[in-house]
Design a protein around this ligand. Structure first.
Ligand code: SF4
Ligand code: ZN
Length: 737
């Protein structure tokens, strides 16, 4: 390793720590020491400092300790003749810089509260392009993609490319590989983000291109994101810095691209990232740090040409990514899923109230369909003028020896994200309320309706090859025929829904496990039964059954219920045996129908978390999107932080939104009639089903009896409301006996 790079990084570490100390001391002259500081809406304090040292920085005063810690990490200066400042001192200087950066950013939030836009997308017209730290809502939503593998990792880009075109090429190549792109720092006043905006690229969390901030210090937000993933999904304890850094090295596939001249501060940041196992690749001639030691391969690689940056980066990080090759004229992949087609970009649309658009997947006879055939029944897109509308029926016939009608809805549900994966095409809704918006850019590149068929055919084979042999697609744009399909589809939806709704846990002998989240929450095992869908809301019993058929050695395994140990609480011997093994002994039993006594384990991707409210003799639940306080004294993020690492936490349980109105919801604790508080938006969202379930339980106006944030945020505040409404929970057996 070169003495030069160590010199630069160590010098950078000193500069940064001194600068932030200065800023901190000035802040102390302006603000009281107990002034609150921190990042918005998070339960992880300053996440890098918290995760590595366990220090909770909540006030200005609290920031002194980590700053002193950073100062203490700074190694002696490199002397002229000493040629041995190897990795250790370099790493420490880098770590000191990173911690100081985090305090620096917290001070920025204090002193310039409007500097960052608290949003998932920049407001370009208003000139607010920097988003700052991801709050816990964004973090959980996006972190899950790192859990389930739909995002293989992230590229942290600092600086700017020589021109907007080059920036666009590099970033789009990462998008094609489904990586997140975290952007920070400027090079002589120019940033990659501004270059991308100039080149017409949509930036924001939705397209996985995240504008953290214009200074190198904002690169710390990327590391904070990674460390929160380790705490939230990996169960790594705050303060366990060794496991924290190892977890990142082994599971978070990230690296840094330094575009432009690397000054001492950048060198320190790069040295800091090496602690995480994140290597840096630069486009300039900086001294390399080649020997391995912390990172999987090289640590710092210089002089990488722009057209090889992406390939070289994934190679050095030891990351396997694939570019999906589907024969359409547009890019395709999950990075385009959240992309919008806005009014000014819109060429034409189907559905969404402008016309009817309907989707239906049906099982067909093997001899009656021709694999790969795409039929356009009605006028093609080239008959449509700009701003025009077409009706659309997407009718997919699937045949296969192992195919079952039960799998139809599972295949059908994929249509939404698969069409969204096409760059420049947006899909909203499903079934008979689908809505497709096609952009001018897509049309210019040659998009036709047939491409929808090509995508569905290719992806269905790729993802479901085990259960299907043939896929034929008809795209109906003839109004009369589209209406006929809609009528038929509505009948099919009804039959399907009734079948699933009517299934009970007693009807089946086999439940399914889901261990998808174990890659991040090692002891977590979901068991999915007909009346207890997965707590993430993404998997019901039927999905797990299909997933097992598709991939017999995958994360969903059949579990024979076996002997019933407790019918009221929902405990079975077969399930206990399974979870003991699947959690490697960490959990040896749990109850399906109780949150009070040994509830099921919870991981970080649960949609809602229920908690007991003893003074009301009831329970509450809160969903991820509600960021306010709740009567149990904790916000969603705090609850998720406390119990989302795969433990069974009596008194709390993670569950899906749909589960609230399923027949067995906490029936061992008294069932849905225990529910005394829920955020208003959640009540609205599931209102219809709540009403129906209330009626079944003999309390038709249950919805109106459940308090929300407009009634109160403490048990004392909501109790009078419950009494006035005569809430059934008040007269039930004591919740804790
Ligand atoms: Fe994770 Fe459970 Fe959802 Fe499976 S069902 S993805 S384990 S939360
Ligand atoms: Zn999970």
């Amino acid at each position: 390793m070169s003495r030069l790079v160590a010199f630069a990084a160590i010098q950078g570490g000193y500069n940064i720590v001194s600068k932030v100390e200065g800023r901190y001391n000035r802040a102390l002259q302006t603000y009281d020491a107990d002034t609150k500081i921190g990042f918005p809406n998070t339960a992880y304090f300053l996440p890098v400092i918290y995760s590595l040292t366990g220090m909770k920085v909540e006030t200005l005063e609290d920031a002194k300790k980590p700053l002193d810690f950073a100062r203490g990490l700074l190694p002696p200066h490199v002397k002229g003749h000493n040629h041995l400042p190897y990795l250790g001192p370099l790493l420490d200087a880098g770590m000191a810089a990173i911690m100081a950066f985090e305090v620096d950013e917290a001070l920025r939030y204090l002193e310039q509260p409007d500097f960052y836009l608290h949003s998932e997308e920049p407001d370009i017209e208003a000139g607010k392009i920097w988003l700052g730290a991801a709050d816990d809502t964004v973090f959980r939503k996006r972190g899950v993609e790192f859990v389930d593998g739909s995002a293989p990792g992230f590229a942290a880009i600092v600086g700017s490319a020589p021109d907007p075109e080059t920036a666009k090429e590099i970033v789009e190549e990462y998008q094609r590989r489904s990586l997140y792109i975290f952007c920070a720092a400027n090079q002589n006043g120019t940033t990659v983000i501004e270059q991308l905006i100039e080149a017409g690229v949509q930036v924001g969390w939705n397209t996985r291109i995240v504008p953290f901030g214009p200074d190198i210090s904002s690169a710390v937000f990327a590391l904070g994101f990674a460390n929160r993933a380790a705490m939230a999904f990996g169960g790594v304890e705050p303060g366990d810095y060794k496991r924290m850094l190892l977890y990142n090295k082994n599971r978070i596939f990230a690296f840094v691209n330094a575009l432009g001249d690397v000054n001492a501060e950048w060198a320190a940041a790069a040295a800091g990232a090496i602690n995480w196992g994140f290597p840096t690749l630069a486009d300039t001639d900086i001294p390399e740090v080649l020997p391995t030691g912390v990172c999987t391969y090289e640590h710092v690689v210089a002089n990488v040409p722009h057209d090889r940056m992406v390939e070289k980066s994934v190679e050095v990080r030891g990351l396997k990514t694939t570019v999906s090759t589907i024969d359409i004229p547009l890019s395709f992949g999950p990075a385009y899923e959240g992309e919008r087609v806005r009014g000014a970009d819109l060429f034409c649309q189907m559905g969404g109230g402008k016309s009817q658009a309907t989707e239906l997947v049906k099982m067909a006879d093997l001899n009656k369909v021709e694999d790969g055939r795409v039929v356009i029944d009605g006028p093609a897109l080239d008959t449509v003028k700009e701003g025009g509308v077409l009706p659309l029926g997407i009718y997919v016939e699937v045949a296969g020896r192992k195919f079952q009608t039960d799998f139809e809805p599972i295949i059908e549900r994929q249509i939404h994200h698969l069409i969204n994966y096409i760059q420049g095409v947006m899909h909203i809704g499903q079934r008979d309320i689908a809505w497709i918006r096609v952009s001018k850019a897509a049309i210019e590149k040659g998009f036709t309706l047939k491409d929808i068929g090509v995508v569905l055919h290719a992806k269905f084979h790729q993802d479901f090859g085990n259960i299907l042999d043939k896929v034929q697609i008809t795209l109906i744009t003839d109004k009369k025929k589209a209406d006929e399909l809609t009528k038929r589809a509505r009948g099919e939806y009804k039959t399907r829904d009734e079948r699933v709704e009517k299934m009970t846990d007693e009807d089946v002998e086999t439940y399914y496990s889901c261990t998808l989240c174990q890659s991040f929450a090692p002891t977590h095992v979901c068991t999915v039964s007909p009346e207890r869908t997965g707590l993430c809301g993404a998997y019901n019993w039927m999905d797990c059954k299909a997933s097992f058929e598709i991939n017999p050695t995958g994360p969903n395994q059949p579990i024979e219920k076996g002997e019933c140990i407790d019918a009221k609480l929902g405990q079975w011997k077969g399930v206990n045996d399974f979870i003991r093994q699947a959690s490697r002994g960490a959990i040896d039993h749990y109850n399906f129908y109780s949150m009070v006594i040994d509830p099921m384990t919870t991981c970080g991707c649960c949609e809602c978390i229920a908690a007991m409210l003893p003074a009301c003799n009831g329970i509450m639940t809160v969903h991820r999107d509600y960021t306010g306080e709740t009567p149990c004294g904790m916000k969603f993020t705090t609850l998720a932080g406390v119990m989302g690492g795969g433990q069974s936490s009596p008194g709390f349980v993670g569950h899906s939104k749909f589960n609230i109105t399923q027949g067995k919801f906490i029936v061992g604790d008294g069932g849905l009639l225990r529910m005394v508080w829920m955020p208003k938006s959640l009540k609205e969202e599931i209102k219809e089903r709540l009403e129906r379930r209330g009626k079944e339980l003999g309390v038709p106006n249950l919805v109106d009896m459940i308090a929300d944030e407009t009634v109160g945020l403490t048990e004392e505040e909501i109790l009078p409301f419950l009494q006035e409404k005569g809430h059934p929970a008040l007269t039930m057996d004591p919740l804790v006996g």
